[in-house]
Unconditional design. Structure first.
Length: 230
């Protein structure tokens, strides 16, 4: 799930449809992208990218004319997806995070260790943060694969990630029904939300705002939240 630059949302149902929602979370339409979608990221105002693990492919989709403009074929299964500076950052299986350009050329291969498939990751300022939901940990690595920090305190199946304007990492901790924020250096944390959530799996923040949405893994139940200034 992502919040688009214009305030709308995209929710990918697990190995299923890609749905476009209004800024208040109402279904607007299903985007006409064939296949069993998994993860989504926004490249620019009109363009998104979506992973299709069973096809070992990333599809680039123009939202203005609603067409797939490019299919990037990979050599293995692809899961989590993020974007930055006209490049894509994609999680491959359990052991590689690959940075590629929009033509599919490999720019960097980062070897990591993860007990689960690399479903959830974000790329920011040359660092990749990813969650290991089987290993109950969140990791931060640089582009060489060097681990900058790891966070393992009281997590129970951490899944979706997003980053706020200060660089803090907000985590949907699914089995504890909580939303947790981790400081950008990985040293401090705080429970942001723990009421009214049901297996939060995906999470996103609105652009430059302290509000956002979380949903469970099938993408059918959406919860809006606001973060306190404290």
């Amino acid at each position: 799930m992502i919040c688009l630059m214009d305030g709308r949302l995209i929710i990918v149902e697990w190995y299923d449809k890609v749905n476009l929602l209004t800024p208040d979370g109402k279904l607007q339409k299903q985007l006409p992208i064939p296949g069993e979608a998994f993860s989504v990221t926004q490249i620019n105002q009109n363009t998104i990218a979506v992973t299709y693990p069973r096809e070992k492919a990333i599809k680039i989709f123009n939202m203005e004319n609603e067409t797939v403009t490019k299919v990037i074929t990979l050599d293995t299964y692809c899961y989590g997806l993020s974007s930055s500076d006209d490049s894509l950052v994609v999680g491959l299986n359990t052991n590689e995070i690959r940075i590629i350009d929009l033509e599919g050329k490999i720019l960097k291969s980062i070897q990591v260790e993860c007990e689960s498939t690399l479903d959830n990751l974000v790329y920011c300022n040359g660092r990749v943060i990813y969650s290991d939901n089987y290993g109950n940990a969140v990791y931060c690595v640089d582009q060489s694969g060097k681990q900058i920090w790891q966070y393992t305190q009281d997590l129970s199946r951490p899944c979706g990630l997003c980053i706020d304007t200060y660089g803090n990492i907000i985590v949907a901790d699914s089995n504890s029904y909580r939303i947790i924020v981790i400081s950008k250096d990985g040293k401090e944390s705080k429970v942001l939300l723990s009421d009214g959530l049901n297996y939060p799996t995906c999470i996103c923040l609105k652009q430059n705002k302290s509000s956002g949405f979380t949903c469970e893994c099938n993408g059918k139940y959406l919860t809006q939240f606001n973060l306190s200034s404290g």
